[in-house]
Structure formats: C-alpha cells, structure tokens
Design a binder for this molecule. Sequence first.
Ligand code: SAH
Length: 338
Amino acid sequence: MENIFNFTKIELESFLVQKGYKKFLASQIFNWLYEKKEYDFAKFTNVKKETVEFLKNTFDTSFIEIAKVEEDKDVKKFLFSLKDGQKIESVLMYHNYGLSVCISSQVGCNMGCKFCESGRLKKVRDLETYEMLQQVIAIGNYINQKIDSVVIMGIGEPFDNYDNVIKFINLINDPKVLAIGARHITVSTCGLVPKIKAFADLGLQINLALSLHAPTDEKRKQIMNIANAYSLKEVFAALKYYQEKTKRRVTIEYIMLDKINDTQDDALTLAKLIKNYNVYVNLIPYNETKNIEFKASKQTQIDLFYNTLKKSGVDVTVRHKFGDKISAACGQLRSKEI
Ligand code: SAH
C-alpha cells in the first residue's frame, strides 16, 4: 500500500477520480491530515463509511518513528526509524528568526565526499516523499510548534533523489499542507550539473546552496568525488543558467578544513572564481568525527580566510555552530547507531 503522505493534492485528486470518487474527497483528506492532524481514516467524520473502508484498504497512514532525541540548548537532533528498520536523522534548530528543520533525503549517500560521515556509509536507498515530509511533521508535532523553514542538508544528496525531493518541496510549500514559503526552503547539492539545470527550469523561488568546498578542480578532486564528474567550469555554467532563470542568489558553502582548503591563497582563488556571480559564501566550521582524519581549521585561520574574502568584496558569513556537544555532523547520529 502506498503511503497517503506521498501524494500531492493534484495526484490524490486524479487518483480518486480514477477510482470513481469526487475530486473534493482529496480536499477533505488534506484537511484532516494537515489541518486537523488526524491520521486515522475511521475518525474522518465527514466521510461516508464505505469511503472510509476504501481509504483504509488503499492507503498506508503509518508514520516514521522517533527512535531517539538528543538535545542541546539551541538544537534538537532526531533519529528516525523507518518502516524497513533503516535509520535517518533530522535536526531542529532554534534560530533567532524562527525554527528550522534540516532533513535527510536518502538513507546514506553515494557522493563519497571524503570529510563526510554520511558518505562513509554509502547509500542504502532513496527516501520516499512521505519519509521526508513526515520528518518535518513529526518534529512539528513533537514540539507542538510551527516549523518556519526547511533545509534539505541532512543525510543524502537531494539531487540524486530528484523527483521525490521536488515533490517534497511542492508539498511543504503547499498552503494547504505545511505552508512553508519558497524563500524559507533551501536545497543543498554537491553539484549535480544536469539536475541544477533541470531545477532551474522549474523556476521555483527556493534557495539553492552549492557545496563547493574548494576553489580549484585539483583541490576539489582531493576531497569530493563529484569533482571527477563535473568541472568547476561546468558547475558555474549551471549556476549562471540557474540565475538567469530564477534571478536568485546562490549560497556557496565552504567547509573549513585544516591545511586542506583554508589558506589565504585559497581565499584569494575563491574570490576570483566567484567574482562574476551573484552569490554569497557561507563558511562552515567543520564538525570533526572520530572515523575521519580531517581536522577543523583553527579559528585564526577562519578569521584570516573570512577577512581576505571580505577585503576582496565577497559577501561572506561564518555559519553558527549548532550542537557541538551532540552528534551534530551530518550522519553522525545514524552512524553511531549502526
Ligand atoms: N549532499 C548535499 C546535502 C547534504 S550535506 C550537499 O553536499 O550539499 C550538507 C552540507 O554539510 C554539505 O555542505 C556538506 O559538505 C556538509 N558537511 C558534511 N559533513 C560535514 C561535517 N562533518 N562538518 C560540517 N559540514 C559537513
């Protein structure tokens, strides 16, 4: 049985019409699920008994389960158990501008970035749309508060699970589902060029972040496998295409790795590389993990890198570090469990 949370409104309408029901039934179902948070068809009081039976026999309403919660002062980390026993994780962050949830898009990841805990464990499978949607819903229900923004930056490469991720974005953006505004949704990719172009063609107003992490192909190849598939020239051509289509500014993510990519020279090369693009750079302090030998850059090195970019006219911020004390690095909580 397919999970009911996999369906967009339009998909559910056409499915129900095909089965001989009124289109309006989809609106009723969406209202129960997303407005009233009622997940038991038997309690849909405005739906006929026979129809309830049909729904029960047709759709799965099961939820992914919270297996563990780790907390720090401005962050909660959730380990979820999926129907087949696989584990994924999500992070809830309390920003001064609201609540944001970082979700996983795959069980494991095949991109093989050398510094990343998720990549170390390889992809088991893609997440279905409902498994992404329910991460946000379950966390909202757990804290009984509205989630303001969603970032697709947890375990997995979202553009390697493109169709399900796009459906997920459409659902959380739907005013009748989670009503999260496009500008409050961010998708982060290590740079799958054909998918960046496809995404540009959708013309969505959501935020795109590129995990760049190195200013030259040579350096990038040392830490990211994807750099063997697409050169920086190709990646930046795709970004240009994206910006022509959407007029949106792109975030460049740059992990600060000690003695790997954090010299002043690297900063100058980076400034040159992005000079003609409408981007801003987010420097990410590296979360060290015991299974991987990379070290975080020293604070003095981050400061120097930051100031060098600033002086070169680059818009740059350093990411606030959440959850140092808990297993905050992407994939750490899951890998601890396995
Ligand atoms: N695959 C996508 C999204 C998931 S990773 C991508 O590559 O963008 C989300 C971000 O976390 C990426 O920028 C990734 O490089 C970064 N990341 C991975 N491991 C990290 C760690 N240990 N510390 C800090 N950031 C990390």
